[in-house]
Design a protein around this ligand. Structure first.
Ligand SMILES: Nc1ncnc2c1ncn2[C@@H]1O[C@H](COP(=O)(O)OP(=O)(O)O)[C@@H](O)[C@H]1O
Ligand SMILES: [Mg+2]
Length: 451
């Protein structure tokens, strides 16, 4: 059970860890993606501005070309348009090529018999002092005219846009990597501990609820058990008091009848018998109260012969009514038992009482009960047999089960109680049938036993 719980809890912990990992990964991934997207959007905006500025500068060339003085390259033009490094006229007869790529980020632009050497380095530098991309390139018909930064293509993000100029149909490209260091890592990683806390609180809540449920359940069971015990106890009291009360009723009724007939002489023994039963009733109630309060029992040396006599006397009413022959055979060297007398009395009483009840319907003069006792194994072996019909098949199996009964008004606690008491004395008890006779209960009680 404990192993099972541990196994379950490690599996549950694994499951919770996985859950936490998944939630954290999802949330951190989501946040990271969001901030990367923000960076990308900002960079895209910068690319658009950069593109616009470059486009404006190049388009300017188309506009100023016709206005340039036809003379040689002049200082004024240079100070106004520093990206025009050089110009010259060229005979229109030359094969017309609008763009000729030069080295070092420069190109010749041929328009209307004039050739301008444009330095894209100057264009880019004038557009912005610091280039916001790791790599930029200006490409014409698949050939790089100008590049700056790392080799093209290794970047995480790429932008490209065609420059709208009839004379210089370039493509502007830029590439960049996310600025990982600039990401708000604290914020991005914050879902980790956050989910941890949430799952922990959830876990605590579940544990508390389970604890509360368990407590409720336990309280419920305790109440049930208490009710059960109370019920059993009450049934036990009823069972034990039934016989003496019946006897007392019988004795007093007889005594009353005799008194009314003015026959006083047989009355005292009847009342004495009633007093004995009443005292027994009192002792039984004391015992039940003791059972309720504590389990202290009163251990004393017991002489079996006198105890048996007392049991016979207690059952005298029934014995007489059904004319039952009672006999006993006890070995002379029986050891004295050390046990609570009331316990042994109750064991024998319950067995004998059953034997008497079992023979209620016997033919007249055939009912008997017999007790035999011999020393055995540092104790006493007692057999109590009767001349009744014997135990039924079911009774042989379940005679010691609480509430097993075959009698219409039986409660089924007599033998259960006897069994409990024998167990508490560390003894043994068995039920059997003797063929041709009736039931036979065999019990062994140790000579001395303290609980
Ligand atoms: N001497 C006996 N002869 C036949 N049946 C018996 C005898 N003693 C006990 N039994 C059977 O065992 C059952 C249980 O007995 P017990 O525990 O004293 O409960 P109860 O007497 O209330 O029925 C009885 O109902 C009866 O069927
Ligand atoms: Mg009984």
């Amino acid at each position: 059970m404990i192993l099972y719980t541990v196994g379950l809890s490690t599996r549950q912990n694994m499951y919770k860890m996985m859950m936490w990992l998944l939630l954290t990964l999802l949330s951190c991934g989501g946040l990271g993606g969001y901030f990367l997207q923000q960076q990308y959007a900002a960079k895209s905006a910068e690319f658009r501005i950069f593109y616009r500025d470059v486009t404006v500068k190049l388009a300017q060339l188309d506009a100023i070309m016709p206005l340039l003085p036809s003379g040689p390259y002049s200082r004024e033009v240079r100070s106004l348009f520093p990206h025009i490094v050089q110009w010259r006229t060229y005979p229109v007869t030359e094969p017309h090529r609008s763009i000729v790529i030069a080295t070092g980020g420069r190109y010749w632009l041929h328009v209307d018999g004039r050739a301008l050497l444009i330095d894209l380095n100057v264009v880019v530098d004038r557009v912005s002092e610091t280039i916001p991309f790791q790599q930029i390139a200006v490409v014409w018909q698949g050939q790089p005219v100008f590049t700056r930064g790392a080799a093209e293509g290794g970047e995480y993000w790429q932008w490209q846009k065609a420059i709208v100029s009839p004379s210089q149909p370039f493509v502007l490209r830029a590439g960049d990597n996310p600025a990982w260091g600039a990401l708000p890592w604290l914020l991005i990683l914050s879902p980790g501990p956050l989910w941890g806390a949430v799952l922990y609180l959830l876990h605590q809540y579940r544990i508390n609820r389970r604890r509360r449920d368990m407590a409720d359940l336990r309280a419920h069971y305790a109440e049930l058990t208490r009710l059960n015990t109370l019920g059993e106890l009450t049934a036990g009291i009823v069972h034990e008091l039934n016989q003496p009360l019946t006897a007392i009723l019988s004795y007093t009724q007889t005594a009353l009848r005799l008194l009314l007939q003015q026959r006083t002489e047989p009355v005292p023994p009847l009342l004495e018998a009633a007093v004995v039963q009443i005292k027994r009733t009192d002792a039984l109630l004391q015992q039940f109260r003791q059972k309720l309060v504590s389990e202290q029992a009163d251990y004393q040396p017991i002489v079996l012969a006198s105890l048996w006599q007392r049991v016979i006397m207690l059952l005298d009413n029934e014995i007489r009514r059904h004319k039952v022959a009672v006999s006993s055979a006890m070995a002379a060297d029986l050891p004295a038992l050390i046990a609570p007398p009331l316990w042994v009395e109750q064991i024998l009483h319950n067995i004998a009482h059953n034997a008497l009840q079992a023979q209620q319907h016997n033919a007249a003069g055939t009912a008997w009960i017999r007790l035999e006792a011999v020393p055995e194994n540092d104790g006493i072996l007692i057999t109590l047999s009767d001349g009744g019909p014997g135990l039924s098949e079911a009774a042989l199996q379940q005679v010691f089960m609480p509430f097993f009964t075959t009698r219409p008004h039986g409660i089924g606690l007599g033998m259960a109680l006897a069994d409990t008491l024998v167990q508490r004395l560390n003894g043994t008890i068995e039920a059997a049938n003797i063929p041709g006779q009736g039931a036979c209960f065999t019990l062994w009680l140790p000579r001395a036993h303290q609980e």
